[in-house]
Design a protein. Structure first.
Length: 297
């Protein structure tokens, strides 16, 4: 059976459907002698005849062995066609892609990636998951967004530098950059003790600022509402403020910090692996989306 080829089975099926070697040859685009040679090769591999040949223009008759082979052969041909179609879809960019992410990316960069992939490849299967920032692993993921380099065996591209900005009540600080040390013992609204918030507080402390945290909440809108109310200021990542109405709110002032706590955002993928066209396209879109957000330079 190892010598049986799909083309032999395809030829056999054509003969069974058309009734003669000649009509099967015309259907497949072969010469009749080529069809005869393929059937002979199939019968040698099987150790028996698959057709009785009455000769002349009369239709051939399939043998009992041929019936068994044809029944299984048609199933193999169907599967081979499904495989060929799947490979074609893969090469065209369809298929499945698994992407790991975290909240800031999920709000801005990732939607652009998802939207354009679905527009370009409507049949693709996109799976998203949030990855624990404390110990990010590529695992079975095709791509992983993370604010920093990860330790797995991965390749990467840097997407952007994301500064943290001071959001305060209007007039609470003079226009322009604010020195970090001025936030020491200042009332502040902040996120809970998440991985990123702990990192931020270490950065502030390293530059002489240990604010008084008067309220902690996971709600971004709630943080801004409390700043508007005057209970304290907040330090938030640039992506969290991008596209919001905070910049145009005359009750708020947004200031660069000096020195500025800054996160580096990267996109990672398994090193040395052959990327699917879908993953390659997703990387290109993510780089374009990051550039669109930050602008030239």
């Amino acid at each position: 059976m190892v010598d049986v080829e799909l083309r032999h089975l395809r030829t056999m099926a054509a003969i069974a459907d058309e009734g003669t070697f000649g009509r099967a040859a015309a259907l497949l685009g072969y010469t009749q002698s080529s069809v005869s040679q393929q059937v002979a090769a199939l019968e040698r591999a099987l150790g028996g005849a698959v057709f009785d040949r009455p000769g002349g223009p009369r239709p051939v008759r399939i043998t009992p062995l041929g019936e068994v082979v044809l029944a299984h052969g048609r199933d193999l041909l169907t599967r081979s066609e499904a495989l060929a179609e799947a490979v074609d879809r893969f090469r065209a960019g369809s298929g499945r892609i698994d992407i790991g992410t975290f909240r800031s990316v999920s709000n801005l960069i990732l939607p652009a990636v998802v939207r354009r992939l679905l527009d370009e490849h409507p049949g693709c299967d996109i799976r998203l998951s949030e990855v624990e920032p404390e110990d990010p692993r590529i695992g079975d993921l095709d791509l992983l967004f993370h604010d920093g380099r990860i330790e797995d065996d991965v390749d990467h591209v840097k997407l952007l530098d994301e500064p943290y900005l001071l959001v305060a009540g209007a007039g609470a600080f003079p226009d322009g950059p604010v020195r970090v040390e001025l936030l020491d013992d200042a009332p502040m609204v902040a996120w809970p003790h998440t991985y990123h918030q702990r990192w931020l507080e270490r950065e502030l402390a390293g530059h002489g600022a240990r604010p008084r945290f008067v309220f902690r909440t996971a709600g971004h809108d709630t943080i801004l509402s409390m700043v508007r109310a005057g209970i304290g200021s907040a330090v938030l990542p640039w992506l969290a403020l991008h596209g919001s109405d905070a910049a145009s709110d005359d009750r708020l002032g947004i200031h660069p910090l000096c020195p500025s706590p800054t996160r580096e955002m990267y996109l990672h993928w398994p090193a040395g692996s052959t990327r699917s066209p879908l993953a390659t396209r997703a990387i290109d879109i993510a780089v374009e989306a990051a550039h669109d957000l930050t602008g030239p330079g």
